[in-house]
Design a protein around this ligand. Structure first.
Ligand code: NI
Length: 139
């Protein structure tokens, strides 16, 4: 049976500040640039969630994309959309909210919630139309 990857793209907007509390403002500014602004700033994120599995002969689907959409909405988007990633998202507690840290945390929110026979394969997280990170799980 053919294994196929299917992807759902979702969107959220969130505020953050990249910084380390144990560094001076000057050093944070040097390393994180505009993203170290102490009074926050926001991004319009796009997220592509790709799952893989065999085509179900009954439905012709790998996974109903409505089901994938609802899962990402419930486990991720509802928590982060129009929120402050530093202060309001408990599963980002203690993490500098870079796109890298965010994609790994999102992976952990989704990977154990997949229906049987369906595998989370890849997440692409766009912070801007020009900057994105990819994660496929693992160390
Ligand atoms: Ni930023």
């Amino acid at each position: 049976m053919a294994r196929v990857q299917v992807t759902r793209r979702m969107h959220f907007s969130a505020a953050h500040r990249l910084f380390r509390a144990d560094w001076t403002d000057e050093r944070n500014g040097e390393v994180f640039g505009d993203c170290a602004n102490p009074l926050w700033h926001g991004h319009n994120y796009e997220i592509d969630v790709t799952v893989e599995g065999e085509i179900d002969p009954d439905t012709g689907y790998v996974m109903d994309l409505k089901q994938l959409k609802d899962l990402v909405q419930r486990r991720v988007i509802d928590d982060v959309d129009h929120r402050n990633l530093n202060e309001q998202v408990d599963w980002m507690d203690g993490l500098n909210p870079t796109t890298e840290n965010l994609v790994v945390a999102i992976w952990d929110r989704l990977s154990d919630a997949m229906p049987s026979g369906v595998e989370l394969r890849k997440i692409i997280l766009w912070e801007t139309p020009r900057n994105y990170v990819e994660y496929t799980g693992g160390a």
